[in-house]
Each structure stands twice: as C-alpha cells, then as structure tokens.
Design a protein around this ligand. Structure first.
Ligand code: ADP
Ligand code: MG
Length: 226
C-alpha cells in the first residue's frame, strides 16, 4: 500500500445564503495515495469543484477532517494555508490560467518565484518541466500562439516544476478536443507513475476512466466508489 498523501473524512460543505442553503458535499470520504491517479466524475452541480477545493485547502469544510501529508490540517490557521498549498499542491484549471503577457517559460518561472526558488535553479526546473510535457520547442511562445492542448501543457509544467507532490486538476480537458484531452490525461497518468505524484482530476468524460487508477463518482454531493 502506498502512502496516503491527502484524505478527507466525513466532509460536508454547506453554502448558506440568506434564503438559500445548498449542501454541495455530503459526508464525503476519500484517500489519495502516492503515485496514483484518481478521476472524480459526475454531473454538473454534483459537488466536484467544491470537493477539489476542500482537497486543495482553498475551502474549509463545514464538518469533517482533511489530512495532508499525514497531518490533520482542518483547523489550521488560515494564514498558514497559502504556504502549505504552495509546498504541496499544484493546481491545473479548465481555463489554463496563464498570464497572456508572459511566455510559456515565464509562466512556469512565476510559480517558482512564488516559492522563492533562486533564478538559475528556477530556470533549470522550468525548462526541464516544459521539456517533460513536450514543449521544448515552445518555451518562448506566448499563450496566444499556443494551441489549447499546448496551453494546458504549460499549466501542467507549472504544477510539475514546483515539485508539488499533489496535483489537483479541475476539468483540465473541458476546453480541449477529445483527442487532445485524452493525451493530457495520459500525460498526468504518466507523471503519477514516473514521479510518484498524487493526481486527482475532475472530468466528465467517461472515456478517461480506463486511463486512471481509481474513479470516484459524485452525485448530489455524495461520493461513490466506482
Ligand atoms: N459559492 C457558492 N455559493 C452557493 N452555492 C454554491 C457555491 N459554489 C457552488 N455552489 C453550489 O454547490 C453545488 C455544487 O457545485 P460545484 O462544486 O461547483 O459542482 P460541480 O463542480 O460538480 O459542477 C451546486 O449546486 C452549486 O450551485
Ligand atoms: Mg466544477
């Protein structure tokens, strides 16, 4: 059994407004091991993004526990969370979230600067991550000159370069054609296997299932093992 890097136990998330109350996640428990790729699937509105945000320490659950790298972080001081996130978690988004005024290389460097990695080391790590995702010929390109799949590769390189042991991806293939989308999922799976990263990827493409190790299904905020 590989080490569990990230886990939620009995997690609920309730969004309460003045006249509204949405139970977005209900009694969710799941554990994510080193070197594994887990897909979270389910219809729109089923709570996938909310659960991923809890896993990424962006949202606090209303109840339940979150464990990161063996440590219960549920009640940790808010002020310490950004540093924990930077150290342990790389995010990949549907919309790529690249800076349009920065080249592919600079987009990856920004993430390393946030971690205060010294310049020569940062440059080497950024180049190596971009090469790993097949963009060695595109390092000086700006996002506008990259295809959707290439832009998503830059954001994967950004998550990789920081050495984050955990990679959380929210519908990273939603803006890509299905062929490119599958290539992205395969790349994430390869990275998990080669580098022991823990990858959690939200998708609603059922064909992704055979490319991952585990699938969790969400429906109305509840998590089901597939
Ligand atoms: N900030 C919020 N305030 C109130 N309700 C929200 C908020 N974010 C999400 N929701 C609701 O929570 C439910 C789950 O949303 P979400 O986690 O985004 O689902 P998914 O990613 O599966 O589409 C939905 O009913 C959504 O409308
Ligand atoms: Mg979502």
């Amino acid at each position: 059994m590989n080490t569990i890097r990230l886990a939620v136990d009995g997690v609920n998330k309730i969004y309460a407004g003045q006249a509204t109350r949405v139970v977005a996640v209900e009694d969710a428990s799941a554990a994510f091991a080193e070197g594994s790729v887990t897909a979270i699937m389910g219809p729109s509105g089923s709570g996938k993004t909310t659960l991923l945000s809890i896993l990424g320490l962006i949202l606090k659950p209303s109840n339940g526990r979150v464990t990161l790298m063996g440590r219960d972080v549920t009640d940790l001081d808010e002020a310490r969370l950004p540093e924990l996130r930077r150290q342990h978690i790389g995010f990949i988004f549907q919309s790529f979230n690249l800076f349009s005024a920065l080249s592919a290389l600079e987009n990856v460097l920004v993430a390393l600067q946030l971690k205060k990695v010294a310049r020569p080391e940062a440059e080497a790590a950024a180049r190596s991550a971009l090469s790993r995702v097949g963009l060695e010929q595109r390092m000086r390109f700006y996002p506008r000159d990259l295809s959707g799949g290439e832009k998503q590769r830059v954001s994967i390189a950004r998550a990789l370069a920081t050495n984050a042991p955990i990679i959380l991806a929210d519908e990273p293939t939603a803006n890509l054609d299905s062929h490119t989308g599958l290539a992205i999922i395969d790349l994430l799976a390869e990275l998990a296997r080669e580098q022991g990263r823990t990858v959690v990827v939200v998708t609603h493409d059922t064909r992704m299932q055979e490319h991952v190790d585990h699938t969790l299904r969400m429906e109305d905020g509840r998590v089901y093992e597939n």
